[in-house]
Design a protein. Structure first.
Length: 88
Protein backbone atom coordinates (compact mmCIF):
# COMPACT_ATOMS: atom_id res chain seq x y z
CA UNK A 1 0.00 0.00 0.00
CA UNK A 2 1.12 3.56 -0.63
CA UNK A 3 0.20 7.08 0.40
CA UNK A 4 0.97 10.10 -1.78
CA UNK A 5 2.45 13.03 0.16
CA UNK A 6 3.55 16.17 -1.70
CA UNK A 7 3.82 14.17 -4.93
CA UNK A 8 5.95 11.41 -3.38
CA UNK A 9 4.82 7.81 -2.80
CA UNK A 10 5.34 6.58 0.76
CA UNK A 11 5.09 2.88 1.56
CA UNK A 12 2.40 2.18 4.16
CA UNK A 13 2.54 -0.95 6.30
CA UNK A 14 0.30 -2.19 9.09
CA UNK A 15 2.40 -4.02 11.68
CA UNK A 16 1.69 -6.05 14.82
CA UNK A 17 1.75 -4.45 18.26
CA UNK A 18 4.88 -6.45 19.01
CA UNK A 19 6.69 -5.20 15.89
CA UNK A 20 5.57 -1.64 16.69
CA UNK A 21 6.87 -2.03 20.27
CA UNK A 22 3.58 -0.65 21.58
CA UNK A 23 3.65 2.50 19.41
CA UNK A 24 0.52 3.52 17.51
CA UNK A 25 2.50 4.61 14.48
CA UNK A 26 5.89 5.68 13.22
CA UNK A 27 7.36 7.18 10.09
CA UNK A 28 10.70 7.65 8.41
CA UNK A 29 10.30 10.53 5.92
CA UNK A 30 13.81 10.17 4.50
CA UNK A 31 13.17 6.49 3.71
CA UNK A 32 9.59 7.25 2.62
CA UNK A 33 7.67 4.81 4.80
CA UNK A 34 4.91 4.92 7.41
CA UNK A 35 3.96 2.09 9.77
CA UNK A 36 0.68 1.85 11.68
CA UNK A 37 -0.15 -0.55 14.51
CA UNK A 38 -2.69 -3.01 13.09
CA UNK A 39 -3.90 -4.04 16.56
CA UNK A 40 -5.50 -0.69 17.41
CA UNK A 41 -9.11 0.09 16.49
CA UNK A 42 -9.88 1.49 13.03
CA UNK A 43 -10.65 5.01 14.29
CA UNK A 44 -7.25 5.14 16.02
CA UNK A 45 -5.57 3.82 12.86
CA UNK A 46 -7.17 6.61 10.80
CA UNK A 47 -6.10 9.37 13.19
CA UNK A 48 -2.64 7.84 13.60
CA UNK A 49 -2.18 7.79 9.81
CA UNK A 50 -3.09 11.50 9.65
CA UNK A 51 -0.62 12.09 12.50
CA UNK A 52 2.23 10.32 10.68
CA UNK A 53 1.41 12.07 7.38
CA UNK A 54 1.64 15.41 9.22
CA UNK A 55 5.11 14.44 10.47
CA UNK A 56 6.15 13.71 6.87
CA UNK A 57 4.72 17.02 5.63
CA UNK A 58 6.44 18.88 8.46
CA UNK A 59 9.74 17.24 7.57
CA UNK A 60 9.43 17.88 3.81
CA UNK A 61 8.38 21.52 4.21
CA UNK A 62 10.80 22.24 7.07
CA UNK A 63 7.93 23.29 9.36
CA UNK A 64 9.50 21.88 12.56
CA UNK A 65 6.10 21.03 14.05
CA UNK A 66 6.47 19.66 17.58
CA UNK A 67 4.73 16.47 18.72
CA UNK A 68 1.95 18.30 20.57
CA UNK A 69 1.10 20.40 17.53
CA UNK A 70 1.02 17.31 15.30
CA UNK A 71 -1.27 15.53 17.79
CA UNK A 72 -3.69 18.47 17.96
CA UNK A 73 -3.75 18.92 14.18
CA UNK A 74 -4.36 15.20 13.62
CA UNK A 75 -7.22 15.15 16.15
CA UNK A 76 -8.79 18.26 14.63
CA UNK A 77 -8.50 17.07 11.04
CA UNK A 78 -9.83 13.61 11.90
CA UNK A 79 -12.78 15.09 13.83
CA UNK A 80 -13.97 17.05 10.79
CA UNK A 81 -13.83 14.03 8.47
CA UNK A 82 -10.35 14.29 6.98
CA UNK A 83 -8.99 10.91 5.87
CA UNK A 84 -5.83 9.88 4.03
CA UNK A 85 -6.35 8.15 0.69
CA UNK A 86 -4.48 4.86 0.61
CA UNK A 87 -3.57 3.32 -2.76
CA UNK A 88 -3.34 -0.45 -2.81
Amino acid sequence: MTVSILGQKYTLKYESDEAMEGNLGTCMPRKMWIKINKNIVKVQQEETLIHEVLHCISDELLLSLDEGTVQRLAAGLHSCGCRVRVDK
